[in-house]
Design a protein around this ligand. Structure first.
Ligand SMILES: C[S@@+](CC[C@H](N)C(=O)[O-])C[C@H]1O[C@@H](n2cnc3c(N)ncnc32)[C@H](O)[C@@H]1O
Length: 182
């Protein structure tokens, strides 16, 4: 996560998560995990990535990093107050399955924070050639918002940069009033 762009944008859209247990999904080298503790005030950050070399390389920043697949998370139901998926879904061909898994591990009332690269950039005739991503099942803003709705999220605020980037927050609806806070 970029401290000067993504963190302020997502803080503005979804607010901090003081006292919360959060998952940094697709944590990479763990830069975002540290920002979640420092800027978002998360009480506990667990970090997960498909790539073992990322998890090992990021251990110093992501304290509790594990290897795992976003489409089959090795995590119990309703484990987290918030999940951060930062520049991850566009790396996953079956991103709709990942959304269902994220919803499953969020507690009712929990929040997904996302930042994504849209098909408009991934398939850009010049810039897209430099990037290495799955080519099937890419998404526009509309596709992603529809996917969130299909996975039974309630969409919150969003911010978009042209057809290239989208930031969003989306909640797993609370079932009881007492579910709505960390
Ligand atoms: C562009 S990096 C983003 C890293 C970090 N979130 C950040 O913002 O700096 C995308 C990460 O997603 C991970 N990833 C790709 N597919 C995944 C999957 N199915 N499950 C978990 N992580 C995945 C990659 O290994 C990579 O570390």
């Amino acid at each position: 996560m970029a401290r000067k762009l993504e963190a302020p944008t997502l803080l503005d859209l979804g607010g901090p998560v003081p006292g919360c247990r959060v998952l940094d999904l697709g944590c990479g080298k763990g830069v975002g995990s540290r920002i979640l503790r420092e800027d978002f005030q998360a009480a506990r950050v667990d970090s997960l990535d498909l790539d073992p070399s990322m998890v090992q390389g990021g251990r110093t920043r992501a304290r509790a990093a594990v290897v795992g697949d976003a489409c089959a998370l090795p995590i119990a139901d309703e484990s987290y107050d918030a999940v951060f998926a930062l520049q991850v879904l566009h790396h996953i061909e079956d991103w709709q399955s990942a959304l269902k898994e994220i919803r499953r591990v969020l507690r009712p009332g929990g929040r997904l924070y996302g930042s994504e690269t849209l098909v408009g950039l991934l398939q850009h005739p010049i810039l897209g050639a430099w990037m290495d991503h799955p080519e099937e099942n890419r998404f526009t803003e509309r596709d992603l918002l529809d996917g969130l709705e299909s996975a039974a999220f309630r969409l919150g605020k969003t911010r978009r940069v042209g057809k290239w980037f989208l930031w969003f927050v989306a909640d797993r609806p609370a079932t009881r009033i007492s579910d709505s806070r960390c």
